[in-house]
Design a binder for this molecule. Structure first.
Ligand code: 13P
Length: 251
């Protein structure tokens, strides 16, 4: 059985004080690590402070990294720098990075490989635009994103990989995908993993849904067979709703 994951993506939100207050508020109310893998992906400047205060039931991740080891890339952060803060996870290829920072399937692939090389667990994002959903090319888009993201990634590494299906039209819009639609897409991604690797890999990999997940929609989403958890933006910012989301993942 796949252990559920609830991951908050704070994006560019929270000062250090606000972040520490959040951890203080949620710590004792989150489910145990045996039941749910609970993650907060925070702005890089506060990662170390959060890592120092994380517990077994709340782990910390970053939101991005550069694929090169070091060099003249002003403002960027390498995988080894993240590793040195002792974070465990890193989001890679979020649609906001693809849209505003020109990330491509090729850079996503380079980042996934680098993250795995240094021992970070990548949360690899994919998902279609509204026009792609409307013109019926969602499967093609997912096909390309997944096959390129995992080019030259070996099956042994997959136990450290999480995939997040985030339809771009559902992110921050309040328009959550229906549970059936989200499950169909996550099931399709699982079939791609089977095609690229094996049935075992497809059965074991955790696939999250992201896009306007809220305390109202989480139960139905989590009841779907192919959805193993959520990658949540807005609803992860408040302690009480994050606690509710995490508890909704307990199966
Ligand atoms: P919202 O939950 O705010 O729609 O954001 C989803 C997301 O982008 C998580 O990575």
């Amino acid at each position: 059985m796949r252990k559920p994951i609830m991951a908050g993506n704070w994006k560019m939100n929270k000062t250090r004080d606000e972040a520490l207050e959040f951890v203080y508020q949620v710590q004792d109310a989150l489910p145990s690590k045996e039941k749910v893998e609970t993650i907060i992906c925070a702005p890089s400047i506060i990662l170390r402070d959060l890592v120092k205060r994380q517990g077994d039931n709340l782990r910390i991740g970053a939101q991005n990294m550069h694929e090169k080891d070091s060099g003249a890339y002003t403002g960027e952060i390498s995988a080894l720098m993240l590793k040195s803060t002792e974070v465990e996870y890193v989001i890679i290829g979020h649609s906001e990075r693809r849209q505003y920072f020109n990330e491509t399937d090729e850079s996503v692939n380079a980042k996934v490989k680098k993250a795995l090389e240094v021992g970070l667990k990548p949360i690899v994002c994919c998902g279609e635009l509204l026009e792609q959903r409307e013109n019926g090319t969602t499967h093609e888009v997912l096909d390309t994103q997944i096959s390129k993201a995992f080019a030259d990634v070996c099956e042994d590494s997959l136990s450290n990989v999480i995939i997040a299906y985030e339809p771009v039209w559902a992110i921050g819009t309040g328009k959550v995908a229906s549970p059936e639609m989200a499950d169909e897409a996550c099931g399709y991604i699982r079939s791609l993993v089977e095609k690229l690797y094996s049935k075992k890999a497809a059965n074991e990999i955790r696939i999250l849904y992201g896009g306007s997940v809220s305390t109202k929609s989480v139960n139905e989403l989590m009841a779907q067979p192919n959805i193993d958890g959520g990658l949540v933006g807005g609803a992860s910012l408040k302690a009480d709703s994050f606690i509710e989301l995490c508890n909704a993942c307990v199966k």
